[in-house]
Write a protein that binds this ligand. Structure first.
Ligand code: ADP
Ligand code: MG
Length: 160
């Protein structure tokens, strides 16, 4: 115990909140984490990705989308201009970026709720904008920039 006490408390708190933290040291590790997470996702599923520019949201999405087997890593690019990218045929995956979206009306035009009703996996960057809208996230992932190529990835299952 002793020096470990803080770690114990943090872990206990994380478990009670359904929260898990990972540190990745490279984009490849973040992709791998996304791919492994993808295998555990229910369907339909809404994933909200939070974190500043460059924190690795698109990189993680690459891992999730490719891990679901609907596209190759290099086919998964940032939807910052087109707002929503669509992947897959039988298993639909949508990847959206709300960075440029302002206000509830603009958000509504994206029709994210309709996408979820299609039994799809919906990945939303800058998803904190969604949380103001009552849409229920099932998984919230917070990305944080640490030193160099290190990123902290906090995954929180919100249940449903
Ligand atoms: P966001 O979508 O959050 O703006 P991106 O995934 O587009 O972030 O960009 C993350 C950038 O950081 C990429 O250039 C990526 O190569 C780099 N990077 C360095 N280390 C990591 C890491 N551990 N995880 C994810 N990206 C990393
Ligand atoms: Mg991005």
């Amino acid at each position: 115990m002793g020096a470990n006490n803080q770690a114990i408390e943090e872990s206990a708190s994380a478990v009670l909140k359904n929260r898990l933290e990972f540190i990745t040291h490279s984009p490849e590790q973040t992709i791998e984490l996304g791919a492994r997470l993808a295998r555990q996702l229910p369907q339909p599923c809404l994933l909200v990705l939070e974190g500043e520019l460059g924190s690795g949201k698109t990189t993680l999405a690459k891992g999730i989308v490719s891990g679901l087997g609907v596209a190759r890593q290099e086919e998964v690019t940032s939807p910052s201009f087109t707002l929503v990218h669509e992947y897959g045929r039988d298993r639909k995956v949508y990847h959206a970026d709300l960075y440029r979206i302002e206000g509830a009306r603009e958000l509504a035009t994206l029709g994210l709720e309709d996408l979820l009703e299609q039994d799809a996996t919906v990945i939303v960057e800058w998803g904190e904008k969604l949380l103001d809208q009552e849409a229920e996230a099932q998984v919230r992932i917070r990305m944080e920039l640490l030193e160099g190529d290190d990123r902290r990835v906090t995954i929180e299952g919100l249940g449903k």
